[in-house]
Design a binder for this molecule. Structure first.
Ligand SMILES: *Cc1c(COP(=O)(O)O)cnc(C)c1O
Length: 380
């Protein structure tokens, strides 16, 4: 059998054409024609108030921290089972990160633990929608409102995922909190190699976001002809990508529907093929709450223990199948454990036992069958 990689870049065929158009236009710096088209795509399709392309989701998170004016001594609550950038963005501003545990059934933040962690210093909660599966946003929003704190959704993995709120309304992930951040890294559903987006959903932050995005100046207003010259008016940075990146991204966005249907087909096949083994108790399948409509970005299983996972990973590797673990819970990282020693049993369980299987649009049905058979052989 041909080796099956964990991920394979999916190209729509329009990337080179759009990049050539960007180059031929004579200007490829940020905030150009393709950037505006990408902003429009997100604003129209998902009703997001105001979008800003960034060079990565890491950048979008750093922009969010600046935008909320996070300062030395502020506290920010987030799950420990997440990517390092979720925390780093706020640490850069001097914040103390307060880690919450995952739920028992799924890696997402346990909303029932969050309120206990709120103090007078809490400025933000950062729910991470793991595998594009929504966190319980109604509960998190209620906590944020009661305590007057902001919500920044780390929707890095969640393009085209939704949350059904308590009034049965479908809301796009990344469009629910005050701010939402997306990633277009090439492991994500839609990619520009590196890339990201900040969605500003709270009108209160729109004007300042535009300034921070343009190095702390009012250059955007200048370009619109609203003022005669631009100047430094805020703490800012360079967060905007070149229009070449945006051209690549637009080519991908226009094929979102096709990408999503291929991914969903493969995710559903895994679920179907692996259910009998999960029913025998060898491992658990992803838990999808009723309120979540996910984007098939990751297919994972949760093994019974770390040893099972290590041995299964090795077994699959011998069969040419690249399956991979995911985050090392951040509260156990070398950087964090110097300041605080805490125990978060669910985050630690997902660190040790979660295994991601190959998933990409061009993965074939017979490859998924072979992966299933290889897993079957391992457990029998
Ligand atoms: C991928 C990812 C990021 C980082 O995205 P970049 O675009 O690579 O900066 C942040 N948070 C989560 C949850 C991610 O999955």
């Amino acid at each position: 059998m041909k080796p099956v990689p964990f991920n394979k870049l999916y190209l729509t065929g329009k990337e080179k054409k759009y990049i050539a158009e960007a180059i031929d236009s004579g200007s490829v710096s940020g905030n150009g024609a393709f950037t505006k088209k990408c902003h429009d795509f997100f604003q129209k399709k998902y009703g997001l108030k105001k979008c800003f392309l960034t060079s990565s989701c890491t950048d979008a998170l750093e922009m969010a921290a600046l935008l909320l004016n996070i300062k030395q001594g502020d506290e920010v609550i987030m799950p420990s089972f997440t990517f390092v950038s979720t925390a780093n963005a706020f640490v850069l501003r001097g914040a103390k990160i307060i880690f919450a545990d995952s739920k028992t059934a799924e890696p997402n933040i346990d909303e029932n633990e969050v309120e206990k962690l709120v103090t007078k210093k809490t400025r933000a909660i950062v729910p991470v929608h793991y595998a594009g599966v929504a966190c319980n946003m109604d509960k998190l929003i209620a906590i944020a409102k009661r305590n007057n704190i902001s919500i920044v959704e780390d929707a890095a993995q969640s393009v085209n995922s939704f949350y059904k709120n308590s009034k049965n309304k479908m809301l796009p992930l990344g469009g629910i909190g005050d701010l939402g951040t997306f990633s277009f890294h090439d492991t994500k559903n839609i990619t520009s190699g590196e890339g990201g987006l900040l969605a500003v959903n709270n009108q209160q932050h729109v004007e300042k976001a535009e300034i921070i995005w343009e190095k702390g100046t009012n250059r955007a207003a200048f370009l619109r002809g609203e003022i005669n010259n631009y100047e430094w008016i805020e703490t800012g940075s360079s967060f905007l990508p070149s229009d070449i990146t945006a051209a690549f991204l637009l080519a991908q966005l226009e094929e979102l529907k096709a990408v999503q249907s291929k991914r969903k087909k493969n995710w559903d096949l895994y679920h179907q093929y692996l259910s009998p083994l999960a029913d025998k108790g060898y491992f658990r399948l992803p838990y999808i709450p009723d309120y979540a409509v996910h984007n098939s970005t990751i297919f994972y299983i949760v093994c019974r223990n770390k040893r099972d996972r290590t041995e299964l990973m090795t077994h699959l590797k011998k069969n040419g199948i690249q399956a991979v673990s995911h985050y090392q819970a951040l509260h156990k990282s070398r950087y964090y454990r110097k300041q605080d020693k805490i125990i978060l049993p669910n985050a630690e369980k997902f660190t040790d036992c979660l295994l991601r299987l190959p998933l990409f649009p061009e993965l074939k049905k017979n490859e998924i069958e072979l992966i299933e058979r290889s897993i079957f052989t391992f457990f029998n």
